[in-house]
Design a protein around this ligand. Structure first.
Ligand SMILES: NC(=O)c1ccc[n+]([C@@H]2O[C@H](COP(=O)([O-])OP(=O)(O)OC[C@H]3O[C@@H](n4cnc5c(N)ncnc54)[C@H](OP(=O)(O)O)[C@@H]3O)[C@@H](O)[C@H]2O)c1
Length: 347
């Protein structure tokens, strides 16, 4: 099969297309023929062995992914496609089923085929959704859920989502609204309208206003782009308020420390857990019209290096999709043929 592989840590162009062996499903696994996947910030961080996050993070990254070179040569954390073979013990899926999900830290989705355990974060694709859209659902939304649930985001509570236009941020705004919280979102001028359309009760343009200086306080601050810190957010938290970062090794220490001390505290769900139940939860939300994946650009798999360079600008809005062997945009309800082209999508 064709896959994007990388044999050493480094910049986006260490990735190349190659012919590799097609995986064979074990007894409890399904093999998925992938139609669409994404390039995520996790792909980028692991590919360069977290070299921008300091020595400790870089070392930890290599301990996990391979000291000298990557053990898993194929990146890609989420996917949508078609079940193409099943192991003897598989009950939930049959050949031909349309599925979506997250391979998460096992990666392997930048390829024509992937094998996943039946019990993994995999579910039937939401009805009426294209493969491209379905591929972009899981990574941001599952990471957002991992924070929103323990932060007790619900009716009567106020949350500020910082970096509301990214993959995790666009998910965080929609899911916090689904949990009926009062949502303030922070983003750049160009994304104000989009973020409002996701349901935010109010939107702050960070180029015009510093939310830490406007006197407002929140029960929860979700730093969906990992650019803030607990010390910077403390003054904007209500008594007992929670700060939830998505990045920053120091938070591994701060989370247990602040929960022991009491008062304002940090929640940092590490390691992230991706579950089938959460993928099913997202499928139900999508089918009820209460969640959508925001897609910025689509590229064919062959242009993975270009797609990766764009993701690394840290300016993507929502998600960047890779299509494999041609787009499947005509499948499903929302079949806008323009989505098969590379480049910004129409609003
Ligand atoms: N904890 C985990 O397991 C885990 C897993 C994956 C990723 N992460 C981390 O989560 C973070 C977010 O990932 P993501 O994929 O959601 O990011 P992303 O989609 O790449 O975020 C891009 C967005 O960030 C916004 N942004 C850029 N600079 C900003 C600033 N100074 N202030 C506010 N917003 C800014 C941009 O919006 P504007 O154009 O409006 O500025 C853009 O829409 C990353 O730090 C990533 O490393 C953590």
């Amino acid at each position: 099969m064709r896959a994007v592989v990388y044999d050493r840590y480094g910049p986006p162009d260490v990735q190349r297309l190659a012919d590799v062996e097609r995986p064979v499903p074990k007894e409890d696994e399904v093999r998925v023929k992938i139609h669409a996947t994404t390039v995520t910030r996790s792909d980028c961080a692991v590919r360069e062995a977290n070299r921008r996050s300091g020595l400790a993070a870089a070392l930890l990254s290599r301990v996990i992914s391979g000291l000298r070179r990557p053990r898993q040569r194929i990146l890609g954390t989420e996917l949508a496609g078609e079940v193409n073979a099943v192991g003897a013990a598989v009950r939930e899926f049959t050949v031909g089923d349309h599925v979506f999900g997250a391979s998460a830290w096992r990666f392997g989705a930048h390829a024509e085929f992937i094998c996943m355990r039946e019990a993994a974060a995999l579910a039937h694709k939401p009805a009426g959704m294209t493969f491209e859209e379905a591929a972009a659902v899981c990574d941001g939304a599952l990471l957002a859920l991992m924070f929103l649930r323990p932060a007790d985001v619900r009716k009567g509570r106020t949350i500020l989502v910082y970096g509301a236009s990214g993959s995790i941020g666009t998910a965080g705004v929609q899911l916090a609204k689904h949990f009926e919280a009062d949502v303030t979102a922070v983003c750049n001028t160009k994304n104000l309208e989009l973020v409002k359309s996701l349901g935010a009760d109010r939107v702050i343009d960070y180029t015009q206003e510093d939310f830490t200086k406007n006197g407002e306080t929140y029960d929860v601050i979700f730093d969906a782009v990992g650019m803030l810190s607990f010390s910077r957010c403390r003054g904007s938290l209500k008594p007992g308020g929670i700060y939830g970062p998505t990045d920053g090794l120091q938070n591994i220490v701060l989370a247990p420390l602040t929960s022991r001390i009491g008062g304002k505290r940090v929640i940092f769900p590490i390691p992230p857990r991706y579950t089938k139940n959460d993928v099913r939860f997202l499928k139900d939300l999508i089918e009820a019209g209460r969640y959508r994946a925001v897609i910025d650009r689509c590229y064919p798999l062959e242009e993975v290096v270009e797609a990766t360079r764009y993701v690394e600008t840290k300016q993507k809005t929502g998600n960047v999709v890779l299509t494999i062997n041609g787009s499947r945009v005509r499948e499903g309800r929302d079949s806008n043929p323009r989505r098969s082209f590379k480049g910004p999508l129409p609003a």
